[in-house]
Design a protein around this ligand. Structure first.
Ligand code: GDP
Length: 195
């Protein structure tokens, strides 16, 4: 898609009323530092528009990026940052639950997993939680450039097994350095927007 405009339109905290958008929403979830901002920036063709994790886990907001007035990217707060208090973790959970439970426009949830590592307990919980809410997430295996090409299939299998993904769940490897995977992710988004 040709990106004409990108606008961080709404930032929602725990007490905010979530927007009722009239365009398709595409959400991004993943633990802090997994490469979520880098992916969103790469998809939007922006160098540093989405926040990057200078203070991982500190920003407990859902950010809605309006792309071309055609589609929203919904940046969910990163999870799994150990230093965050239990109270904040609970708030985070409520915020995401509210979003997953109420959005009428949400069509795809991308769940980001670092391709190098086995999914953590938090990743598994997030995956199960998304499925429990009636969505079938698309997995993006991030930081593809950090592993050897010959290791790729093995690591994808490890992620599939770790999350115990339902059949047919796509796993798209991605690197924000080489931009490998970017076109495939956009194809999926555009297919969904037009369907
Ligand atoms: P977020 O917390 O999930 O938003 O993660 P960021 O996008 O801020 O990335 C966390 C760190 O990983 C930063 O230092 C990024 O430069 C780095 N990073 C993100 N994606 C990639 C990638 O595809 N390849 C490599 N080598 N590093 C990445």
């Amino acid at each position: 898609m040709h990106i004409k405009s990108v606008n961080l339109e709404t930032v929602c905290g725990v007490t905010s009323v979530l927007p009722e958008n009239d365009k398709v929403e595409i959400a991004f979830a993943g633990k802090s530092n997994v490469g979520k901002s880098s992916l969103i920036n790469a998809l939007m063709n922006r160098k540093a528009y989405a926040r990057t994790s200078s203070q991982p886990g500190k920003t407990q907001t859902i950010n809605f990026y309006n792309i071309n007035d055609e589609v929203y990217f919904v940046d969910l707060p990163g999870y799994g940052y150990a230093k965050v208090s239990l109270a904040l973790k609970e708030k985070w959970g409520k915020l995401i639950e509210k979003y997953l439970g109420t959005s009428k426009q949400l069509r795809i949830i991308f769940l980001l997993i670092d391709i190098r590592h086995e999914p953590s307990e938090n990743d598994k919980n997030m995956y199960d939680w998304i499925v429990h809410n009636g969505y079938n997430p698309v997995i993006i295996a991030t930081k593809l450039d950090k592993i050897n090409r010959s290791q790729r299939d093995k690591h994808i299998k490890m992620i599939r097994k770790g999350l115990n993904t339902v059949e047919g769940t796509p796993i798209i490897p991605f690197s924000s350095i080489s931009k490998q995977g970017r076109d495939e992710i956009w194809e999926l988004i555009e297919f969904t927007m037009n369907g």
